[in-house]
Write a protein that binds this ligand. Sequence first.
Ligand code: 3H9
Length: 693
Amino acid sequence: MTAQYQVQDGVAVITLDNPPVNGLGHSTRLGIVEGMTRALDDEAVKAIVITGAGKAFSGGADIREFNTPKATQEPTLHSVIKVVEGSTKPVVAAIHTVAMGGGLELALGCNYRVAAKGAQIALPEVKLGILPGAGGTQRLPRVIGLEAALNMIVSGTAVPSEKLAGTKLFDEVVEGDVLPAAIQFAKNAGNAAGPHPKVRDLKVRHENADGFLAFARNTVSAVAKNFPAPLKCVEAVAASLKSFDEGLKIERAGFMELVTTPESRALRHAFFGERAASKIPDVPSDTPVRKIEKVAVIGAGTMGGGISMNFLNAGIPVIVLETKQEALDRGVATIRRNYENSAKKGKLTAEKVEQRMGLLSTTLSYDEIKDADLVIEAVFEEMGVKETVFKKLDEVMKPGAILASNTSTLDVNKIASFTKRPQDVVGMHFFSPANVMKLLEVVRGEKTGKDVLATVMQVAKKIKKTAVVSGVCDGFIGNRMIEQYSRQAGYLLDEGALPEQVDKAIEKFGFAMGPFRMGDLAGNDIGWAIRKRRAVDKPDIQYSKTADLLCELGRFGQKTGAGWYDYKPGDRKPYPNQQVNDMIVQHSKDLGITRRKISDEEIVERLVYALVNEGAKILEEGIASKASDIDMVYLTGYGFPIFRGGPMLYADQVGLYNVALAMSRYAKGYHGEAWQPAPLLTKLAAEGKGFNG
Ligand code: 3H9
């Protein structure tokens, strides 16, 4: 049983006790009903308090139970709330911290609610692609009004309890310990004559409900294009104007429809995937960590500056090292400008800007960084340069310092071998712009210490990154996969598509940006340099020549005002360029290819399945320890549509059999050699399984 029962001074206290967040799984629901029954049967009990142990009143329904028999096993949350609401003795919810989703819905079923100041109150179901399904859409508008409730439910945002004080949601918002206050409140209520208030009996009133709801529908449909839940939330909240039971029916129907959508599955996958990413199978959660109180960054370029800002934002002092004073001055000026721009937009106070800049220092001498706890190298992506830096770091850094490389493709084991302390070396691959992008690939070398990994994962949390561990391979998880995607994009051009069609097709699928717009943004010369290196290292890997031809025209992308597209000064909108399109068509001719019309469906399949196939290889080789890690890399670093859950979950949803079938078709086509299926994919497809179990 995951709820405790106690009687204090004639008040029964039912304490939800299901760590970590008192999720309302089946056994907790059972515990509440049993507690209620005991309290109602005991004549000495005059009132009841429901509270939560540990760090939450309740984080809501247990999401892990969704789409399993336990979710609908009695007592359901509806039945629990019915028991609470039907109680003949007054029931008080004592909310000390988080009351979210079903947790708040349970509290709304109580007669009274007492909350501690600062408690986080939310109906965040929309973020999981569903709607509050245990009366939240009907009861919340009854206590805080139609508009406020709709805003909370459609955004899913948490609101501190004190902001809701004075509404009918809370009878008391108290400073300090909430339980004694709630027990006292319950005692008084127990002594008072009933009947005790029920939220369901209140009416929702609004001066112009139709107008407000029409506005809400329009706004929500415009922003929630690929997500069905927000609009359904509006409809459910709108139903709160009807009778309570009618509204509840509409809410129920919406919930049942949403809970099985691929979008909801994707959002729940991302929720758990983010938390799972921080868990490394062979690194126990109690692994000791090193103290990180001072960070050094080598290189004050775009990457070094962005990396530094992460630590400054988290209040951790940073010292930046460069070889030339001008480079340092430029780097510091860029950081300051970024902060000042944020201040201009009202995102940061002038005081905060100075506070952060005050944590930044610079040096031209390795001697001055030697006492840093963590040093991150962000120098030119060339093994010789890394060798010089790491040899120097090995020489100067204090024992126990973590030596990290921001390399995006180079061999971290080799980098570690330049030092006599490979256990202290790790990859920290930030994504550009490093102060904005959520993703951090933590590259685990063969000899990287477990405490180093645990420390870096903890640091990542502090600087608000989603950290995913990758083994060592060329390109790690993200770039290794994107290379296959880019290869397909190039082959599509050779065969008959133009950049605009490819970009539009994949953007319609939901990607933030298609491969050619992305190339123009990142700089086509970067891929060019990588391909030149590959031509020496791995001459067997083939690419469409179109990207090289483009670079030979000097069209490096937005920075040169011309890439796959043309750009006008101050305008990031891509304009198709005839010369580029002619070059592509001519190249097909040179290859002897008769260009064909390629469907958008084929474009999407080839781009996405190229990711999936490489992802399967990465999983099989143990470069990623679980499929959801790969999805987190793509959701947080590569603009993969979140409502599809990442490439691996998407493949699961399509069905691996269907993915394998399409791949075998493409294997018979142009550059079919790129479609060698990953053995893991073939195996799982044959077994009717998915990457995510
Ligand atoms: C709902 O209520 C539906 C109803 O309307 C209708 C039903 C009919 N279930 O985030 P953290 C786990 S839908 C299961 O790192 P924090 C989480 O996976 C629900 N597990 O902690 C992690 O596990 P692990 C609506 C849950 O302190 C651990 O708890 N509610 C749930 O930073 C710690 O999580 C929500 O959407 C759950 N509901 O933040 C709330 N919640 O340690 C979602 C958490 O094994 N939850 N876990 O990795 C949150 O927003 C945050 O977790 C919370 C705590 C603010 C509660």
